[in-house]
Design a binder for this molecule. Structure first.
Ligand SMILES: Cc1ncc(COP(=O)(O)O)c(C=O)c1O
Length: 365
């Protein structure tokens, strides 16, 4: 997948000065955590995930019981478990695109039929409910979307997601809502997980993006369908048995401090977002749909302009040591790219956007 081959992890973090390609906040140094791991016993963990960790994930929500949560190694494993449990080659899935690559590539690898419903820049990346409804077939098992959305930063209206859930309930299929960016609601109120609305919904979450802790590989899936949760648990047991005990211990530490931990992160995102907004609104070459949550946006080159993409990419990376997420990571044209504005410091964001300006000016005609 291009997003993996061209990722900063593969290219080498030391080759990038201004990293505007990330969809997370600053990576958290372990030394900033006031945590004592000396009492941890390096034993197997509870397969569903530590019960206290699962209750922290649920934040005392009255919608769920602790067994409605399965802890996974990142949202990535949760998504893989959902696809491999629910789909086989005789099934059909509806995927809202752009989407995180796994949400497209895993069903593809399974070989099931797929209808892609694209979000359209000119429709403000709104969900096309009619297209989703008419795509449902007798063998449709899953409707898959991400909210808050990657790469656009869009937050779909609650009513639109409720309509999709109603369609799924009527037709007997399920809805996967990848809510990996849920806690990055720096300017929108936080809603309960969508899995609270119906036992046909599976919500996926993670500590990677909002806490800057992708290195502890801790995510989860939430679903109120008990029989399905048993299948998901069996799938996890086949793949990894349980999570790593050190990861779970750190995850509990982070979640227990969520209310003090996240506000400074949101303040940083708001500061960077304010700068980005001015920068984009003054752009002569780019246009955007303003993101509502998360730390990414997905601008495009204005109509009528041509981009020499290979040279643009080369100049941006090799001369300016700057990286953005490219449109083809999301199966979109080269005139689109993703800017991550939560990861860099404010001064690095400013410098990186200046490098982007200069590379675009050089290679746009
Ligand atoms: C929408 C979405 N889902 C899942 C993931 C995977 O996250 P994790 O690090 O929790 O596995 C990502 C990572 O970029 C993502 O953007």
């Amino acid at each position: 997948m291009p997003i993996e081959i061209e990722s900063p992890e593969e290219m080498g973090y030391d080759t990038i000065r201004y990293n505007l390609s990330e969809s997370s906040v600053r990576d958290l140094p372990f030394k900033e955590l006031d945590i004592d791991l000396s009492e941890v016993v390096l034993a197997y963990t509870v397969h569903r995930g530590d019960a206290h960790l699962r209750s922290l994930i649920l934040e005392e929500s009255t919608y769920f019981q602790v067994d409605d949560v399965l802890v996974t190694t990142g949202a990535a494993l949760a998504l893989f478990i959902v696809s491999t449990t629910l789909l086989d080659k005789n099934d059909h899935i509806i995927v809202i695109r752009p989407n995180y690559a796994t949400n497209i590539e895993t069903p593809r690898a399974i070989g099931c039929a797929m209808t892609i419903v694209d979000l359209n820049f000119d429709q403000q990346f709104d969900l096309d409910l009619e297209a989703i409804s008419s795509a449902i077939q007798p063998n449709t098992k899953l409707i898959s979307l991400t909210n808050p959305h990657n790469p656009t930063g869009k937050v779909f209206p609650l009513d639109a997601i409720k309509s999709i859930i109603a369609m799924a309930e009527k037709k007997g299929c399920r809805v996967l809502v990848d809510e990996t960016y849920r806690d990055l609601n720096f300017q929108t109120p936080l809603l309960p997980y969508f899995a609270s609305l119906s036992d046909r919904v599976i919500s996926v979450g993670s500590l990677s993006k909002s806490f800057g802790a992708p290195g502890i590989r801790t995510g989860w899936l939430i679903c109120r369908d008990k029989a399905l949760m048993e299948q998901f648990l069996a799938a996890k047991e086949q793949m990894i048995l349980g999570n790593a005990v050190l990861d779970e211990t750190i995850a509990m530490h982070l979640l227990a401090q969520k209310s003090t931990f996240l506000p400074p992160i949101h303040a940083h995102i708001r500061e960077n977002f304010a700068f980005l907004k001015n920068w984009l609104n003054e752009q002569t070459l780019l246009e955007w749909v303003q993101p509502e949550a998360g730390v990414v946006c997905f601008p495009r080159l204005k109509q009528g302009l041509q981009l020499d993409f290979p040279n643009f990419k080369k100049t941006l990376y090799e001369e300016h040591k700057t990286m953005v997420g490219y449109g083809h990571w999301f199966e979109q044209p080269e005139r689109y790219f993703r800017i991550g504005f939560g990861y860099p410091s404010t001064s690095d964001l400013k410098a990186g956007l200046a490098c982007l300006d200069s590379s675009l000016a050089q290679w746009v005609r």
